[in-house]
Design a protein around this ligand. Structure first.
Ligand code: NAD
Length: 484
């Protein structure tokens, strides 16, 4: 039986085939134990009319090998094409996006030469669930969904990653001063899981100041774990401040399948000219080798690559007069790395990967303890544009609805209380949230809600949606209105 690991390889578009060739040559020369299942993805597949950019047999290959080394692709212009990355992430449950952002100064220009951080971004939830609705003439909604297992998975992954890669600190970033329930869940889960890793320092930053600090003092961060949207934004800020956008690799990891790639795109402007820097894909491949349990080979390649940079052998994108010794093309750069296999960098800190455990990071979720859930009210959202949008007018009419004690308590407009006792200065759109509860907030039934909705419709209102109000173990599980 072969001891080689079979991986799925896609050569991609633009510079994809050139940088993949360079990368695979280095992997082979370093002694990586790999077999390839080559699939076609990207532009040609899209143009055949397959909207995902991947043929069905590509999915079969990934299901079999579970490891995907992917070159960048070109997304054709025009509508109807689905993002291949998003499809792969969602179909295979690749919940963690891992993006190391490291300075390679002075070879790559940066104001922050000591930067060495890894951003671990939740990849499946948040506003990226893509659940959007237009509800009124004026108001559109995008649902932000944060789950307990989703948060637990990514946070445990971040701590396990820190342990495996000998990192000292994990910083969580959220906006839980505003989104107390959704982001609050992520922060609370982080605090709980942190207790299981006493050897790792922990920290929490509100995302706005956290982003500012990444731009101003990136060297204070080690591992950062955060929600999908924040992670998307800060990983680009971090890559930019380290100057390593062109050199960075990234991993998308799931319970079974993982995908490794460069951060950059297919660079059609330099395609076919042997000018592209293969380092981004190579760094992705180094992460892949650690993932599949070949850390010695990963280490050998990472160190030879740094030594090549130190020796001034540079592709055009990082070539600097006076600092670089030789400008090379894609394949010559790969050859220079191959010649340095076995050597260590002198100025940069050599890469060291844990060889004691060659298993991929495996996340086990704690069993969920069920809470006592009680229905205690309903928010009814209404599209209403009458009577000069006077909140008192809608309020006085809706007060007539009474479903066995389930009555109007307040109305908000974009989250701000406007009835009763609103402020006349508050700007109102045509989108109203009307909260119905019993005056003592005691439990209600679904039948009462149905009765209420019938009355609301008969009063002439266009209700857009309802959102039930619950308590869990007696604790209110919805936000209060601003001004309530
Ligand atoms: P890009 O990253 O391809 O290029 C931006 C600039 O960086 C260009 O000037 C390019 O020449 C340069 N560059 C990029 N990689 C380089 C490398 N390895 N060596 C030297 N120079 C390099 O971004 P873009 O131009 O916005 O996008 C081009 C195409 O890539 C688009 O079709 C886009 O949809 C796609 N894209 C794909 C992925 C992916 O597959 N993961 C990611 C981003 C963009």
């Amino acid at each position: 039986m072969s001891s080689k690991t079979k991986i799925t390889v896609a050569h991609g578009d633009g510079i994809g085939p050139e940088i993949m060739k360079a990368t695979l040559n280095i992997l082979e020369a370093a002694g990586a134990q790999l077999e390839y299942d080559v699939i076609e993805i990207g532009e040609q597949v899209y143009l055949k009319g397959i909207s995902s950019g991947m043929e069905p047999k590509a999915f079969d290959s990934l299901r079999e090998t579970k490891v995907f080394l992917k070159s960048p692709i070109t997304t054709p212009q025009g509508g109807g094409f689905k993002s291949l990355n998003v499809t792969t992430r969602k179909s295979f449950g690749l919940f963690a996006n891992v993006r190391p952002c490291k300075a390679y100064s002075p070879f790559v220009k940066t104001h922050f030469p000591k930067t060495d951080m890894v951003i671990i971004r939740e990849n499946e939830e948040d506003l990226y669930a893509g659940i959007e609705h237009r509800q009124t003439q004026e108001v559109y909604q995008c649902l932000k969904l944060i789950s307990q297992p989703g948060s637990e998975k990514i946070i445990r992954y971040a701590f396990e990653y820190a342990k495996k890669y000998n990192r000292k600190k994990v910083t969580c970033m959220t906006k839980d001063n505003i989104m107390k329930l959704a982001d609050g869940l992520f922060h609370k889960t982080f605090d709980e899981i942190a207790k299981e890793y006493p050897e790792i320092e922990t920290d929490h930053k509100i995302i706005d100041i956290g982003s500012a600090l990444i731009a101003e003092r990136p060297e204070i961060f080690d591992v950062i774990v955060t929600l999908n949207l924040y992670g998307d934004i800060i990983s680009d800020i971090a890559a930019q401040v380290t100057g390593s956008v062109g050199l960075g690799g990234s991993a998308n990891v799931g319970a079974e399948v993982a995908m490794f790639e460069a951060i950059h795109g297919s660079a059609p402007d330099i395609a076919g000219k042997d000018m592209a820097n293969p380092s981004g894909l190579l760094n992705g491949a180094v992460m892949m080798l650690v993932h599949i349990g070949q850390p010695e080979i990963a280490e050998k390649i990472a160190n030879a690559w740094m030594k090549t940079l130190e020796d001034g052998i540079h592709t055009g994108d990082i070539y600097q007069e006076g600092l670089s010794s030789k400008k090379v093309g894609t394949q010559e750069f790969a050859q220079a790395v191959i010649e340095r296999l076995g050597q260590l960098p002198v100025n940069m800190v050599p890469a060291v990967f844990d060889k004691s455990s060659t298993d991929p990071i495996n996340i086990k979720l704690a069993p969920v303890t069920k809470s006592d859930k009680k229905l205690i009210g309903v928010d009814v959202f209404i599209d209403w544009d009458k009577d000069g949008r006077d909140p008192n007018s809608i309020g006085e009419t809706l007060r007539k609805a009474d479903a066995n004690g389930l009555v109007l308590q307040l109305i908000t407009n974009r989250g701000i209380k406007v009835y009763p006792d609103g402020m006349r200065e508050t700007f109102c759109t045509d989108h109203w949230r009307c909260r119905f509860q019993k005056s003592d907030q005691s439990p209600i039934s679904h039948a009462q809600i149905l009765d209420l909705m019938d009355q609301v419709a008969k009063l002439g209102f266009d209700f857009i949606k309802t959102e039930n109000l619950y308590s869990f173990d007696g604790v209110r599980a919805y936000s209060l209105a601003q001004g309530e």
